[in-house]
Every structure is written in C-alpha cells, then in structure tokens.
Write a protein of this length. Sequence first.
Length: 194
Amino acid sequence: MGGSRQRRRGDTRQRIQDVAVELFAEQGYEKTSLREIAERLDVTKAALYYHFKTKEDILISLFQDLTRPMDDMIEWAKGEPQTLATKQELLRRYSEALTEAAPLFRFMQENQATVRELSVGETFKDRMLAMMDIIKEPDAPLTDQVRCVSALFTMHAGMFALKDIEGDPEDKRKAVLEVAIDLVTQAHGGTREP
C-alpha cells in the first residue's frame, strides 16, 4: 500500500498534484486557478509553470500516475491463463489500486462534466472495457456475465457508498473485495480459493 506515491512525497511535481486535488475537491476544478495552486504551495507561478503549463496538464498527469498500476495490472492479467484464480488476483490488485487512487475517483465523481471533456475520460472507459473483457467469459450464461460485471461495479460503488458508513476503511475495502470475489467465483461455478 502507498508504494510509488509515498516514495515521491518530497518531489515538487507530486506536491503540486496533491495540492491541486485538494483545491479541486474544495472549490471545484473550474473555479481553481494555477495562481491559487501556486499560492497554497507557496511557490511562484513560474515555478509551477516549470512542471505544468495548465491545470488540465496537472489533471492528466494525476490520472496517468494514479492509474498506471491499473494499466500494469491489466497487462499482467492479459498474459495469464484466464482462470478463476487469475480473476480473483486481478480483483485483489484492483482493490488496492482503487484505494491508492481514491482522491482521483472522488474528483471524477464530483466533476463528471469536466472529466467527460478531458481526454482522460476516454482512457478510463477503455480501461473499464479491458477489465470487463478479462473478468467475464464471453460464452457464459447471461446471469454469470452480469455477476462478473457487477463485481467491478461493486468495487466502484463500494468506494463511494461505504464512505459514510461507520467503520475502518481497510475493513470496508476487504468486505467489498470479498463480495466482488464471491460474485466472480459464483459466475465460474467454483468455490473461493484461499
């Protein structure tokens, strides 16, 4: 948990991204200016400009950094035999990647119009389609295909629906993952592997 992002905590590019996400969340993407991001960071606008020319650049870089683990995970799964064990492992890895990218997903949820206009919206859709291809069996009965698709939606919904429920975030993450794995396992007529 917290692998690549934690290690780079000190670097300026990373700090700019973190502050930008905070401001986007507080006052909305449209209302946030590069000047405000620079002020909160206590750097000159020129220093900010060295890393990012526009706030769209900041957003795109965030998407790329936070979703790279997801792309790596999809590549890994494509190279594996399409067994139940592979799909269960894919869900486990996805659960961790989603936790890392939680601030970004909150932003997407609250700024859907902006996300649709940006190129990143397309990338996200492509990634979801790739995940679906790996998770579901094309010739499985329809109910089993629905179970597999529901497993992915369960993981996304779990991030938002459970945030207001009392409890430890890690316990919630595990509960959501367990339900997603159960759905995929059931779709394969199998029993859950440890």
